[in-house]
Design a protein around this ligand. Sequence first.
Ligand code: Q0N
Length: 285
Amino acid sequence: MPEVHVGSGKVRELYALDDERLLLVASDRISTFDVVLPTEIPDKGRVLTGLSGFWFARTREICPNHLLALRPDGRSTECRRLEMLAIECVVRGYLSGSGWKDYRATGTVCGHELPDGLVESARLPEPIFTPATKATSGHDENITREQAAELVGPELFAEAERLSLALYSFAAEYALERGIIIADTKFEFGVDAEGRLTLGDEALTPDSSRVWPADEYEPGGAQPSFDKQFVRDYCETLGWDKTEPGPEIPSDLVAGTRARYVEAFEQLTGSPFAAYVADPAVVLA
Ligand code: Q0N
């Protein structure tokens, strides 16, 4: 079956199956400091595909999504073709990354006025919707709610904000009960053939979210990443300038990082990863 390659991200590829369907394939590549490393993390693509499928299955009542089927390889998602919105729908429950940067500079994030005196990684009084543009090169840029509404239209904007906040609140509470903080996350929505706003891309994975171990949470500074901390710490020891090409990662750190991904999968889904490998549909049940 000749599948036409229609796009690629840093670690995922997108193929056309037919006029209505796409195939989203997650590789085992890992990026850090925005650079894809030459060393792969075995099963990372399967873990992220499984997690995304898990969340799609559990949030269907909150919001329709593009998932049609998981392929037996565990890393490929057949999905409905959508007309994607031109904005990234980011929700933040904690103050980190560009949110922390903007707050420190202005006391606001994407037009949300926040209380004074918040520290880095603080939990916000309530989650905020902080849209960003899709940068074709370099980093996504935060925009105001007004700019986002102009890009997609006020009705779709309002609906995307409402759905993003509902999805985040559901997932963050679910994850926290299992020892994992989802500090923030990025959703991508599109409109389906019937005009329904539909969740696309991957959802609520460690690649699309900032994920922290809850038992180590200590506001007042940066938090260790649940999945990428070993790799980041190793890269920091090298004096690498964070430009291409990235360094090779030693095998013990590859194994440790793989174990963190599998741990996140098992903690969140409640299924052994081996059961997912045997039959990816276990996460959809
Ligand atoms: C789409 N992107 C951006 C994979 C992720 N269901 C869909 N329908 C139409 N277009 C898209 C989807 C989805 N998902 C999403 N590009 C097209 C993210 N991509 C970049 C390439 O790798």
